[in-house]
Ligand binder design. Structure first.
Ligand SMILES: NC(=O)c1ccc[n+]([C@@H]2O[C@H](COP(=O)([O-])OP(=O)(O)OC[C@H]3O[C@@H](n4cnc5c(N)ncnc54)[C@H](O)[C@@H]3O)[C@@H](O)[C@H]2O)c1
Ligand SMILES: [Zn+2]
Ligand SMILES: [Zn+2]
Length: 311
């Protein structure tokens, strides 16, 4: 492409710090170095984890930064040594890299590549530098990706090539919310046909859990949210019923126990609220949340309670 090898001037939403608004700024995006790719971002979702940075719940970020990690785009140029991706390819940025070589990548029971930047946040490419500047000053990335920008540079291992016909405005959700939620139900919890499930929080992650529970053949899928505007979409995607905790006097886990003949087979926390997480609503509780590390150890779509566990 005509821009290959040159600095690209474009726009990005810059985060200046917690509790400060994003502002649209002119930025400069340097060409990719070895084993990096420069991507024109076509679509991006907004995940609650981006908001956790802005609210201060994720508190060890460096600023200024470009947030966003749920995007899709087209490769503009590649650095030296990039073999499997070429300009023009449609791609999804990966906030969990896949180096293919580390102890996690080579272990079928884990995929949290050692080269991830899911805290402590370094906010730089693997060579510990940034390709993006704003007013001449380096800008940090978020979760190895940064998608709230017209162009971004990623390490080669943080990019997945996708089908040329994929609609980027839809598949961007696979970059975070969909894979987190669907994977929690189908891969981590391994929801069984005929089982009963509750999903707390009906945002991007929770709705994706619902889809996973439905595909797995769950018979009862209860959506739980304090915002009833979420219920119509949840029912469209697979919830058999939806409830608002604010409509009940008793604690919601007691309500759910009554609705499920004593307890649910699977419950999923998709809010990011640790108080909800420690209420045990069934036999098993699966986390789909990026936790504030000062409160609990983060678990990414990982079981914290199982049928054999008491804690
Ligand atoms: N891989 C990961 O670890 C990963 C990936 C994506 C998102 N997350 C985390 O998962 C959580 C959900 O993300 P999202 O993008 O779907 O968020 P979201 O804001 O789109 O959805 C959250 C939903 O929870 C509801 N809610 C809030 N408080 C509630 C309460 N007390 N009881 C019931 N419902 C309540 C809200 O009304 C909303 O519908 C966030 O904490 C996010 O950081 C983690
Ligand atoms: Zn996310
Ligand atoms: Zn790896």
């Amino acid at each position: 492409m005509a821009t290959a090898g040159k600095v690209i001037k474009c726009k990005a939403a810059i985060a200046w710090g917690p509790k400060q608004p994003l502002t649209i700024e002119d930025i400069e995006v340097a060409p990719p170095k070895a084993h990096e790719v420069r991507v024109k971002i076509v679509a991006t979702g907004i995940c609650r984890s981006d908001d956790h940075v802005l609210s201060g719940a994720i508190s060890d970020m460096k600023f200024p930064a470009i947030l966003g990690h749920e995007g899709a785009g087209i490769v503009e140029s590649v650095g030296e040594g990039v073999k499997n991706i070429k300009p023009g390819d449609k791609v999804i940025p990966l906030f969990v890299p896949q180096c293919g070589e580390c102890r996690s990548c080579t272990n079928s029971r884990s995929n949290l590549c050692d080269k991830h930047d899911i805290g402590p946040y370094i906010g730089l490419l693997l060579d510990k530098t940034s390709r993006i500047t704003c007013n001449g000053k380096p800008v940090y990335n978020f979760l190895s990706t940064s998608t709230f920008t017209e162009y971004t540079v990623l390490d080669e291992i943080c990019v997945a090539k996708i089908d040329d016909n994929a609609p980027l405005d839809k598949v961007c959700l696979i970059g975070c919310g969909f894979s987190t939620g669907y994977g929690s139900a189908v891969k981590t919890a391994k929801v069984e046909p005929g089982s009963s499930c509750a999903v707390f929080g009906l945002g991007g992650v929770g709705l994706s859990v619902l889809i996973g529970c439905k595909v797995a053949g769950a018979a009862k899928i209860i959506g739980v949210d304090t915002n009833p505007d979420k219920f119509a979409k949840a029912k469209e995607l697979g919830a058999t019923e939806c409830i608002n905790p604010n409509d009940y006097k008793e604690p919601i886990h007691e309500v759910l126990a009554k609705m499920s003949d004593g307890g649910l087979d699977y419950t999923f926390e998709c809010i990011g609220n640790t108080k909800v997480m420690v209420k045990k609503c069934g036999y098993a509780l699966y986390l789909c949340a990026l936790l504030k590390r000062s409160t609990l150890t983060p678990l990414y779509g990982t079981t914290i309670y199982s049928k054999n566990s008491t804690t």
